[in-house]
Design a protein. Sequence first.
Length: 276
Amino acid sequence: MNEALKVKLRSLADCYEVSSFCDEDPSQFLRWYQPADGRGTVADVEVASFIASMLAFGNRKQFIPKIRQILETSDRSLGSVTEWLKVGAFKKDFPSGPTKFYRFYSYDDMQIFFGELAGILKKAGSLGEFFRTKMEEGGDTGGSPVREGSERPRSGLKRGGDFPLLHEIISQAFPKSAIVPKGRTSANKRIHMFLRWMVRRNSPVDLGFWDWADPASLLIPLDVHVMQEAAKLGLIPEGATASRKTAELLTSALAEVFPGDPCRGDFALFGLGVDK
């Protein structure tokens, strides 16, 4: 990659990684709760963010009201989405049945999703604590436990060793839920977007709660727009599919521009489309 392109991408990231980015983006739900002001807990923020990420596909004008509906329902009931799930209030407060809630997901699909979330929260108290523990135990991927003194757990890229990948552990934690992406070779964009929110630090957008995971190993959340812009720049081949392989290729290219923080390139590629 030539130096001029690197400078351009860094400039775009500086321009678009700002708090106003959240205004029309699903990342607005990262601040639905404000623990510092006594409104909710970090666990609430994690859960609200995870629900938002899992429904963040298709038309924003359609999915943002659906996310808001869930969080408003839980807040009216108990003032906390975490408690709402843990005590099972979603079973009476939220509809069930085969009718579609959003796109191809039904109300029954949402009930299954909420039920598996509730199980995690009852075990560990928070998503962060549950997934951190799973990483340290080696997850269910056949990887070795993370030993004291070893490098931080990986979120996306395998760079030697036999450690579990965080996005795979998240997928495996929801075996019954159709809403949480599965597949070891797919891009799993929604999970990687959630991980970007939780892991990247010192950002006006991303929260960086999970300081036990390494931002350098995140994979770029791969969507159609990101792929189009990346292909125009020659960062991925024309006609590349939305696969894990493509996400790894693009992430490696962006790591040249943003060492230690390749997902900052997500903002740069977003900006390329806006600046036209």
